[in-house]
Design a protein around this ligand. Structure first.
Ligand code: S3P
Length: 428
């Protein structure tokens, strides 16, 4: 596709947005709905390409799933209702789909092959393949299971006690899905707390799971029951407008119904530490996943160091935090974020290289980046490299750039936020 030209430099951003459904929660709602007994109805589902890939995989596994607008109805027939697919399962660009699905398929007594796009083909799968093999699944793949295509023949699984080598909610969730089907109790220990949507959702579907600090215990052989899920707005999508509201002069943006699960709100802590003006109003009636409305106003910001346990709580927001840091006074240092290298792109390289093209003073380090702030940005030809969050970060950059910005591979944005440009334009 031709690059798109972005050259609006509004004098302010004003308005109210309903942020689309959370990607992580949308994926899980279909997965649990598909393995539960009975009907699950999901509202405010994210109709992004990643979540549509999850729906299509479960349809190929024999589950009846209907969707219209943001409503999805899943007719679950329990884990035994899944059938051997006649075709390969294509996860598209979605790491969450392939990793969590591998955990589910590990306990199913049939064969299937999983593939994805060129980005998925470069992402490490050993992190899920190894523990699932230990539990008894037969999994193979390119380079001995490191990369897709993956071929899985599941069956009876043994429980285990697993210390996660990386802080990853995807790996944790894959092992928990396998643990649900294993004999006995499976324990997963996290090095650092990661998003807990899987744990919350197991309870929502009537399952039993115990969390004791960083240890999570799940018993095999449980039966889950279909339910109703209203997906909160995705804070990872809201993050682009939180930053836009801070850095565009004279702005005030209201973001409605945003998921505020504490395992995801690292961006709020960072905004607070940098001196941003963001008001939060929790919806006290919501218990499944915390939600609330946010109001962000133009703010003067100072650079900070972001490191340690906060990293998993904002890992997907680092590209847009980097843009924010270019507009803060002083230096921002991001450390302990090696995981950025194995996201949809190597996000240390793509963030640094693309922001440098716009004139940012930013350098890559082995586990993050260093950004010297207070730099005016200038339009240039930039590229999302097929990474939705890089595409959106660059589109927000265009709003403060002097001159025209041309964005290549902008279509990647529909992976997680199909209405992104419509929302951005509505604020101008
Ligand atoms: C996700 C977990 C994170 C995150 C990804 C979604 C999930 O990945 O970056 O966008 O839904 O569990 P890791 O588990 O690889 O950290």
């Amino acid at each position: 596709m031709e690059p798109i030209k972005l050259n609006a430099t509004p004098t302010s951003l004003q308005g109210e947005l309903f942020i689309p459904g959370d990607k992580s929660i949308s994926h899980r709602s279909v997965m649990f709905g598909a393995i539960a007994n009975g009907r699950t109805t999901v509202t405010n589902f994210l109709m992004g390409e990643d979540c549509l890939s999850t729906i299509s995989c479960f349809q190929k596994l024999g589950v009846t799933i209907e969707h219209k607008d943001e409503k999805v109805i899943i007719e679950g027939n329990g884990l035994d209702g899944l059938v051997e697919p006649k075709d390969i399962l294509d996860v598209g660009n979605s790491g969450t789909t392939i990793r969590l699905l591998s955990g589910i398929l590990s306990g199913r007594d049939f064969h299937c092959t999983l593939i994805g796009d060129s980005s998925i083909g470069k992402r490490p799968m050993t992190r899920v393949v190894n523990p699932l093999r230990t539990m008894g699944a037969r999994i193979d793949g390119r380079n001995n299971g490191e990369f897709t295509p993956l071929s899985i023949r599941g069956g009876q699984l043994n429980s285990m006690s697993y210390q996660l080598p990386v802080a990853s909610a995807q790996v944790k969730s894959a092992v928990l899905f396998a643990g649900l089907q294993a004999e006995g109790t499976t324990t997963v220990t996290e090095p650092v707390a990661t998003r807990d949507h899987t744990e919350r959702m197991i309870k929502r579907f009537g399952g039993d799971i115990t969390v004791e600090g960083k240890e999570i215990h799940i018993n095999g052989g449980q039966t889950l029951t279909g339910t109703e899920i209203h997906v909160p707005g995705d804070i990872s999508s809201a993050a682009f407008f939180l930053v836009a509201g801070c850095i565009v002069p004279n702005s005030e943006i209201v973001l409605k119904n945003v998921g505020l699960n504490p395992t995801r709100t690292g961006i709020m802590d960072v905004l607070n530490m940098m001196g941003a003006t963001v008001a939060v109003k929790f919806d006290e009636s919501e218990v499944f996943e915390p939600v609330g409305d946010l109001v962000v106003k133009t703010s003067s910001l100072s650079g900070i160091t972001i490191e340690g346990d906060i990293i998993p709580r904002l890992i997907d927001e680092i590209p847009i935090i980097a843009l924010l840091a270019t507009q803060a006074s002083g230096t921002t240092v991001i450390k302990d974020a090696h995981e950025l290298k194995v996201k949809e792109t190597n996000r240390i390289d793509t963030v640094v290289n693309e922001l440098k093209k716009l004139g940012a003073d930013i350098e890559a380090t082995d586990d993050g980046m260093i950004i010297h702030g207070g730099t005016p940005l200038k339009g240039a030809l930039v590229n999302s490299h097929g990474d939705h969050r890089i595409g959106m970060m660059l589109a927000i950059a265009s709003v403060i750039c002097e001159g025209e910005l041309f964005l290549e591979n902008a279509e990647a944005i529909s992976v997680s936020y199909p209405s992104f440009f419509e929302h951005l334009n509505s604020l101008m």
